[in-house]
Design a protein around this ligand. Structure first.
Ligand code: PMP
Length: 361
């Protein structure tokens, strides 16, 4: 006899990510995880260095100073903010608290992978709703909600498709949900959005007691390696998260790095401007080279090569030049590659490499 986990655990493939080497290639440019183009803000680097001197101390389990800094920056009540070891942890804790065996969670077919993963860890049935043109379908999502549904996840903008729903559609989604289903609006890429009629979710959280907005320091704030995320939630959900959260779930270094990053709005603004400029330039260049690029409001582009073999060949070509991008087979989008918007030089390299690839057939 062997000790066995719950059956749904074995349906999950172990995660192998963060690939950073290509045999025979010296200079690697990683554009596969939607990390900030410019690294951490300078103030955050100084804060992390300083925090190292206190590394023997447990951090503040309540993340008080960080919650206050987030509250001040976004005009939110710090008592309604919960911080986590990346927003991944918050998403997982929500499923742990509200989901479990015998329950269902609803998401878009090409929604963020973490909902499916954490749903399976918890033994939930995960219902994936087809999109329309890779854009979440509010009517389909609502139609998939049944008596066992406990959570509905929507990333806005969505990773990996880059698509967003306007605020009016989000309001319709929330209004259409039964009061005992938690709507989780994952706004990891909120800062990059340039379209009007967009709200990361604050207004919807304030409108009731069953909507949560999750955010991250991993993208525009350049702190993916620190693992820092947060959510803004109604008081009832804050109470529940307080019960399932580990006592010291956010490190001291992550907390001071987050506070320092929030104190550099100019740096963030410049990063957003860079992303808007180069997202447009890369998309236009790849389209001019004959490739289909899905419209994106994030810091990445989903590039469609039509068939899986061609995407694979393009991936190999990019790799031979040291450019690591994300293959999309695990998302059920094998004909596509997802490419993060890096520095100007990195973007130029992508444009040149894919131009060369398309010219050579
Ligand atoms: N949500 C979405 C949509 C994401 O793309 C990511 C990062 N890949 C996350 C959440 C998780 O971010 P983190 O755990 O680094 O905060």
């Amino acid at each position: 006899m062997t000790v066995m986990p719950r059956p749904s655990i074995l349906s999950v493939e172990p995660y192998v990510g963060g690939e950073s080497k290509v045999p025979g290639v010296n200079r690697i440019i990683k554009l596969s995880s939607n990390e900030g183009a410019f690294g951490p803000p300078p103030g955050a680097i100084a804060a992390i260095t300083q925090a190292a001197k206190e590394a023997h101390r447990y951090p503040d389990g309540g993340a008080t100073a960080l919650r206050e800094a987030i509250g001040a920056r976004f005009g939110l009540d710090p008592a309604r903010i919960v911080c986590g070891n990346g927003s991944d942890e918050i998403l997982t804790l929500l499923i742990l608290a509200y989901g479990g065996e015998g329950t269902e969670i609803v998401m878009s077919a090409h929604g963020f992978l973490m909902y499916d993963l954490a749903g399976r860890w918890a033994g939930c049935r995960v219902i994936k709703v087809p999109e329309k043109d890779l854009r979440a379908d509010v009517d389909g999502l609502l139609a998939a909600v049944g008596p066992r549904t406990k959570l509905l996840f929507l990333a806005n903008p969505n990773n990996p498709t880059g698509s967003i729903l306007p605020q009016s559609e989000l309001v319709r989604l929330r209004r259409g949900l039964p009061g005992d289903v938690l709507l989780v609006l994952d706004s990891a890429y909120a800062e990059y959005v340039t379209k009007p009629d967009y709200d990361p979710g604050q207004a919807l959280v304030d409108a009731g007691d069953n909507t949560v907005m999750t955010r991250t320091f991993s993208k525009i704030y350049g702190l993916g390696g620190m693992r820092l995320g947060w959510c803004y939630a109604p008081a009832n959900v804050v109470d529940v998260l307080g019960r399932v959260r580990g006592p010291f779930n956010v490190s001291g270094a992550a907390m001071v790095a987050g506070i320092a990053a929030l104190a550099e709005p100019g740096w963030i603004e410049a990063s957003v401007a860079h992303n808007t400029e180069w997202r447009g330039k890369v998309a236009a260049a790849l389209e001019a080279a004959g490739l289909k690029v899905w419209p994106s409001e994030g810091n990445f582009l989903l590039v469609d090569f039509g068939v899986a073999e061609r995407a694979k060949a393009a991936d190999a070509h990019l790799r031979s030049r040291g450019l690591i991008v994300r293959a999309m087979g695990s998302y059920g989008l094998a004909p596509c590659l997802r490419i993060t918007i890096g520095t100007a030089e990195e973007c130029q390299m992508v444009i040149e490499a894919l131009g060369e690839f398309t010219r050579n057939g």
